[in-house]
Design a protein around this ligand. Structure first.
Ligand SMILES: Nc1ncnc2c1ncn2[C@@H]1O[C@H](COP(=O)(O)OP(=O)(O)OP(=O)(O)O)[C@@H](O)[C@H]1O
Ligand SMILES: [Mg+2]
Length: 261
């Protein structure tokens, strides 16, 4: 199980679009994948909602019961399509921040839940976590349990400003872990016709060097339409540049994967 957190302190940079479509493309490439919506806005849940036939337990009670016998993470898993499962969120997830704020080891909840999945012999090649834009208890949980953190960075003005703060937050969590986090970035919403986009991409390349995925996700209206219809791009349009880009990213992610010891 290789756990990827999709996070960036900056809002609207393509986290949810990346979480949904990277998951879907990892599954398309033959990897059993679990997408976890870890944002109280629940846009990832909406983005795969076409498949929800029944109301299932959401991530909030699962996190609050982490470590208990009735945590029921396995019962909360739904299937989107062949190879792709997900766990939904809703606005109640925001209560985690308040309710756990004074608890020691509050950052270990999601990790404990994912271990429970493994203990029940459910095999996933990848778990992809869609994070909110806040550096809070939810984000601490996602960073504590991930093998890799992917920063989606929008190729527009001010996009690099959030990174330093995020990396500081990340280092605080790494200190609590027994293994490092692979930090990588992916450039999103790239429009080659815009000078500012080309300049920002060049800055992102300078900043991240080898830690920037070579795939650049182009602006593609099909990605927006797919979220609105509640389907991943693998189902909506396999001719689109959005599908090509996220498939290419999925291949790169698989290639760069470092198996957690
Ligand atoms: N490559 C793309 N091409 C076109 N539109 C895109 C692309 N990526 C994201 N978008 C659109 O940009 C908006 C923001 O994207 P998204 O919701 O993925 O960002 P986010 O970082 O998850 O936002 P938030 O901080 O609110 O969680 C959405 O309307 C989405 O459909
Ligand atoms: Mg989002």
């Amino acid at each position: 199980m290789y756990v990827i957190a999709i996070a960036n302190y900056k809002g609207g940079c393509g986290k949810t679009t990346t979480a949904i479509n990277l998951s879907a493309c990892l599954a398309y490439e033959g990897n059993k994948t679990l997408l976890v919506d870890f944002d109280p806005q629940a846009y990832a849940t909406i983005g795969v909602s076409w498949s929800s036939k029944e109301a299932k337990r959401e991530i909030y009670p699962v996190i609050m019961n982490a470590g208990l016998a009735d945590c029921q993470i396995v019962e909360s898993i739904q299937t989107v399509e062949e190879g792709l499962d997900f766990i939904s969120a809703d606005e109640s997830l925001v209560q985690v921040n308040e309710q756990l704020s004074r608890q020691v080891r509050r950052h270990e909840r999601l990790s404990t839940c994912l271990q429970q999945i493994e203990r029940q012999n459910l095999h996933y090649d990848y778990v992809v976590i869609d994070c909110a834009s806040n550096m809070d208890v939810l984000m601490e949980n996602a960073l504590f349990c991930c093998d890799e953190l992917i920063f989606p960075i929008k190729t527009s003005f001010l996009s690099l400003h959030s990174i330093t703060n995020m990396l500081k937050f990340c280092h605080r969590i790494v200190d609590k872990r027994s293994y490092p986090i692979q930090v990588r970035a992916v450039a999103t919403m790239f429009d080659v016709r815009k000078k500012i986009a080309r300049e920002v991409l060049s800055n992102i390349k300078d900043y991240f060097g080898d830690y920037l995925y070579q795939t650049v996700v182009r602006t593609n209206v099909k990605l927006e339409e797919a979220v609105g219809l509640g389907v991943p791009i693998t189902i909506y349009d396999r001719q689109s540049s959005g599908f090509q880009d996220y498939k290419s990213l999925a291949r790169e992610v698989s290639k760069q994967r470092i198996v957690r010891s």
